[in-house]
Design a protein around this ligand. Structure first.
Ligand code: ATP
Ligand code: MG
Length: 329
């Protein structure tokens, strides 16, 4: 088994040549981390003339090796990239897949350049521009429309990743005894979370939303459509990291998307923009959409997958009430 390691460029060069992802006369001049990530080992390979990205998934979470994770997730991600290559609009908004190694759970991807993702939005002092919103909505329109299935099947079921995500989104945040002290994130947050963890009606609704998340659907979803998956490049926004992709309900991608607009305190016009420009908006089930929005807001505030949010406790309290109302309505 080949193990990707930032400190072993020579071993990597041998491996890349075996894969024919590097020419015999090419040498690696730099090997670096292209950005922040938790789940996988992601590196930028630079030669004298070009650069590309390699991404390996292991059977654990890269940043927390004691946490198990589905080892083949990079292969699922590769399968998603292969699939969407058939739609020019969708592919143009994502990196090109250069190769997949199913033996070592490794991908090679086009390098989109040394850029930042939109996690800066969590600093709360940046507003998303209408052109940016437009690009994001166009992406979802294309993805959800171009790969629609008439008969639901097992393609890209991504069951293990969904099970993992299910726990983090729909279960863990709502458990009273989950061994995660929210006061470590922010003093007072633990107490703020208690009423939600004790609200039976809320927990039942969230559980039902979780079952919907776990069921199969007709639409190809990105599965993790939030600012950390959006890169700001010279040629507009590019979408990366579809490792949580699956065929499911469109409401899930949109719910996550809209939740992060609320979390980053964007202008209400941004949500109105989505309603107007997401082509199939009126075909959606609004109870489910609101439920996914609310659940994503809550789990980002009181779950384990915290964001670098600069929100004060009072605002978090207001967001939690807002989110609960979206779910319970
Ligand atoms: N094709 C690319 N071109 C340029 N930079 C990239 C590319 N792919 C990834 N990166 C950079 O590397 C970072 C980590 O990549 P990615 O999000 O795919 O990893 P991950 O381990 O799945 O992350 P996470 O734990 O957030 O899911 C990205 O945030 C981005 O900054
Ligand atoms: Mg990821």
């Amino acid at each position: 088994m080949f193990i990707l390691n930032a400190n072993e460029p020579e071993e990597l060069a041998v491996y890349l040549k075996q894969q024919q992802w590097l020419q015999d006369d090419e040498t690696i001049v730099a090997l670096s981390k292209p950005g922040e990530g938790n789940m996988n080992c992601v590196l930028r390979v630079e030669t004298e003339t070009r650069s590309f990205i390699v991404k390996q998934s292991r059977d654990y979470v890269e940043k927390y090796p004691q946490v198990a994770a589905p080892a083949e997730r990079a292969i699922t991600e590769g399968a998603f990239y292969n699939k969407i290559a058939a739609s020019k609009n969708v592919q143009d908004a994502m990196p090109v897949l250069l190769g997949t190694d199913v033996v070592n759970n490794l991908l090679a991807l086009e390098d989109l350049g040394k850029t930042n993702d939109y996690a800066v939005l969590y600093g709360l002092n940046q507003k998303i521009k209408e052109e940016e919103l437009q690009e994001l909505v166009i992406y979802l329109n294309g993805l959800h429309a171009d790969f629609q299935k008439t008969v639901v099947d097992d393609e890209l079921a991504n069951t293990a990743m969904r099970t993992l995500n299910y726990e983090h989104v729909f279960e863990y945040p709502f458990k009273e005894e989950n061994a995660f002290d929210l006061d470590v994130v922010q003093e007072g947050l633990q107490a703020l979370a208690v009423p939600y963890k004790q609200n039976r009606e809320l927990k039942d609704k969230v559980e039902r939303l979780g079952s919907l998340y776990l069921s199969k659907g007709k639409y190809l979803l990105h599965g993790d459509f939030y600012p950390g998956s959006w890169l700001k490049t010279n040629s507009g926004i590019k979408i990366i990291d579809p490792e949580f992709c699956f065929y499911g309900m469109r409401e899930f991608d949109l719910g996550v998307f809209i939740a992060h607009l609320y979390l980053t305190q964007q202008d209400p016009n941004t949500v109105a923009y989505i309603k107007e420009h997401y082509t199939a908006f009126n075909d959606l089930n609004f109870t489910i959409l609101n439920g996914f929005i609310g659940t994503e807001i809550m789990r980002r505030l009181i779950g384990l997958a915290q964001l670098p949010l600069k929100t004060d406790l009072e605002t978090k309290g207001a967001l939690l009430i807002f989110a609960q109302n979206l779910i319970i309505e």
